[in-house]
Design a protein around this ligand. Structure first.
Ligand SMILES: Nc1nc2c(ncn2[C@H]2C[C@H](O)[C@@H](COP(=O)(O)OP(=O)(O)OP(=O)(O)O)O2)c(=O)[nH]1
Length: 250
């Protein structure tokens, strides 16, 4: 049985999973994204930037809450703990854009990008730990998909969580922006809907009026790519249905 943790405060990431049959344990990360990005070497490829941010989020939750999550998972009868972190940014004109936060910044971005296209990058990181029924044995030299030591999280020996698999990947979706009128744009941005969204847009709800088309999977634009997560699960020897609610797997 799997205990699945979404290391995110994003309501849209949670909604994607819930609509796809998964009720994750939600544990927002406390990562300083600007600090993580600033610490990356100059010239780090854009896909690596969002992947490192996603990895930092998943690792932060596992480091801070792994022992508690493992204890709760064991109590629920789970023998595997999965923690997933994500990070989305829009690549446009060679620049990675996060959330605009303000009407003014969102308007400035839309004035530049309407009628054009950008690439929405969503980095994903998945950490998997085995939960032995008894107290965990001493840390093993678990390895990840690249063969490196996958690392160990936790404090005292008796609450060590051994990561047996660490995988990451990034989805890229080309978003073709429509040309909303100044009036439409003003009213849309004043609703506040896109201000906390990477790239200052949403592809569903009100934003759906202003996105002409996308080349890629819609879930990755909204914040978490289900097909990419399926591939990471498969790489770790698991299947998507194993995350689904019990009544869906009856
Ligand atoms: N509903 C919706 N949300 C979108 C769309 N595009 C991007 N977003 C949201 C998903 C994320 O919540 C946000 C991207 O920002 P981040 O990747 O930094 O995640 P956020 O800080 O929201 O949460 P997290 O870091 O995971 O706790 O933008 C969209 O088309 N629709």
């Amino acid at each position: 049985m799997i205990s699945f943790v979404l290391a995110s405060a994003s309501p849209s990431r949670l909604r994607i999973l819930e609509q796809a049959g998964v009720d994750p344990i939600v544990r927002p990360s406390r990562v300083d994204e600007d600090a993580v990005q600033a610490a990356l070497p100059a010239g780090t490829p854009h896909v690596r930037v969002v992947e490192e941010l996603a990895r930092a989020k998943a690792q932060d939750v596992l480091d801070r809450e792994g022992a508690q999550l493992a204890a709760e998972a064991r109590a629920a009868g789970a023998n595997t703990l999965i923690v997933v972190g994500c990070d989305s940014m829009l690549l446009v004109d060679g620049q990675l854009e996060g959330k605009p936060h303000t009407y003014e910044r969102a308007m400035e971005r839309w004035q530049k990008m309407r009628g054009r296209h950008g690439v929405l990058l969503t980095g994903h990181a998945m950490l998997v730990a085995d939960l032995p029924a008894e107290d965990p044995v001493r840390p093993s030299t678990a390895t990840n998909s690249s063969g490196a030591d996958a690392g160990v999280s936790g404090g005292e020996d008796d609450d060590v969580v051994v990561v047996k698999y660490s995988g990451a990947d990034t989805s890229d979706t080309t978003v073709h922006f429509g040309y909303p009128s100044d009036e439409d744009l003003d009213v849309y941005l004043r609703t506040g809907e896109p201000l906390e969204c990477a790239g200052a847009f949403t592809i569903e709800s009100l934003g759906g009026w202003f996105i002409d088309r996308i080349d890629g999977d819609p879930s990755s634009v909204i914040g978490l790519s289900l097909p990419l997560l399926r591939r990471l699960l498969h790489d770790a020897g698991m299947h998507a249905y194993q995350l689904w609610r019990p009544e869906l797997r009856a």
